[in-house]
Design a protein around this ligand. Sequence first.
Ligand code: PMV
Length: 320
Amino acid sequence: MVIGNWVLVIIMRSITLSAPGKVMLLGEHAVVYGQPCLVTAVNQRLQLTIEQSDGEDKVETPEVGDTRFLDATIALFKEKFHLKTGLLKITTNCIFSGKYGFGSSSAVTSAMVAALSQLYNLNLSERQLFDLAYLVVLNVQGLGSGFDVAAGIFGGTLYYVKGGRVLEKLDNNILNDGAEIIVGYTGIKSHTVDLVRQVAEKKAREPEKFDRIMLAIGQLVNNAKIKLAEKDWERLGTLMDFNQEYLRNLGVSSEKLESLISAAKRGGALGAKLSGAGGGDCMIALARSDKREEVKQAISNAGGEALNMKLGAEGVKVEE
Ligand code: PMV
């Protein structure tokens, strides 16, 4: 740009990253109360591009529907690192529909913390990125275990305790070795925050029973971690069924989830349960590889959408 005799150089930098969505395998809800869970990243990714140019601090987010997580991430980085951001233009592109509940907010947050770290040469480790992403989630939602941003940042399949108190990467290929997880979508939107609150009310009403359920879920997750490593699919399936029974008891299952779960079991699944907060979104079924098509068909026949996806996907990364 030429103004009079002056040449104004606007320096612009651009970076694109992607972060995976997630599927909860076992331990939802109990993870909010300090018990461990098993979560896996899925090959359904969200892409985020930031174009940064010098000038006054300003954020443009054309096409981004919900900017709360982006805004909160920028605010946190400004506060922590005293950044002068300049002009940021942010666009996102999600290859999975937000409707499935794979965590578009957690993927956006994971991609955004990593993008800002790169853009401003902060050299943050994965652990630091996770801690910041979890803070963003708490600042926006006020609750949550952070399992979703853990999957977004680290990827793979994780044994996880709230806030990253334990964060262990498990053998990644294990879930494609003789048996696999099939994901079935109910077609109904789940409202995570409402369901987490509803479960908290249950705790307030029946604290002792509630604590017993939480402990039992925690124990079955620990068992499942061992059975997963041993590839003891029968037992892992049974543990998924037990987990579902506890979730039903907590009141977070639904008619549609139950009908897809029973259909999957009738179709030959070794175990099946809801995945995530419940009420809707997705269920998962464990099937031996030779039963995969039958179980998928059973889910479809029951009115669900059997989704094709790979588990244990890579965490947040820079795209060329
Ligand atoms: O609905 P989702 O897929 O975001 O899963 C929520 C899982 C909970 O354990 C209920 C909440 C949490 O933050 O861990």
